[in-house]
Design a protein around this ligand. Structure first.
Ligand code: RB5
Length: 143
């Protein structure tokens, strides 16, 4: 189950991401925002991050205008490794190396076509489970 959320800046792209998840038969919960009215990205970054950190959701997708504010927010929640990706190489690498559990997207940065490819790459790439990557992730968690 995937937790999805955005502010108003990411609202339209989030709708496209949800349609895409539907087309792939992937289950998700939309934590808002539910309109294009101006709102605060920390509210939605926090809701998705808490949902993923609780273990109830395997991964999350968060979107704001740049992807920056909402990823900064999500990364404040213990256990969350949110990766802002603007290309498929980064989306693949952050799953393989960082075991990122949330993908952040900037709706004013990437177009819909690229964003959906990034989503697929992120969701379809497993963690490498390499010892060196496990060691490095542990060091993040010790901070
Ligand atoms: C909203 O205008 C914008 O600041 C927000 O979507 C995001 O880009 C913040 O990092």
């Amino acid at each position: 189950m995937i937790a999805v959320g955005s502010d108003h800046g990411g609202f339209e792209l989030k709708k496209a991401v949800c349609r895409h998840l539907d087309s792939r038969g992937l289950k998700y919960k939309d934590f808002g925002t539910y309109t294009d009215e101006s709102c605060d990205y920390p509210d939605f970054g926090k809701a998705v991050a808490k949902a993923v950190a609780s273990g109830e959701y395997e991964s999350g997708i968060i979107i704001c205008g740049t992807g920056i504010g909402i990823s900064i927010t999500a990364n404040k929640v213990p256990g969350i490794r949110a990766a802002l990706c603007g290309d498929c190489f980064s989306a693949e690498a952050t799953r393989l190396h960082n075991d990122a559990n949330i993908l952040a997207l900037g709706a004013r940065v990437v177009g819909e076509g690229l964003a959906l490819k990034i989503v697929d790459t992120f969701l379809d790439t497993p963690f490498s489970n390499d010892e060196r990557h496990i060691r490095r992730i542990k060091k993040i968690e010790e901070l």
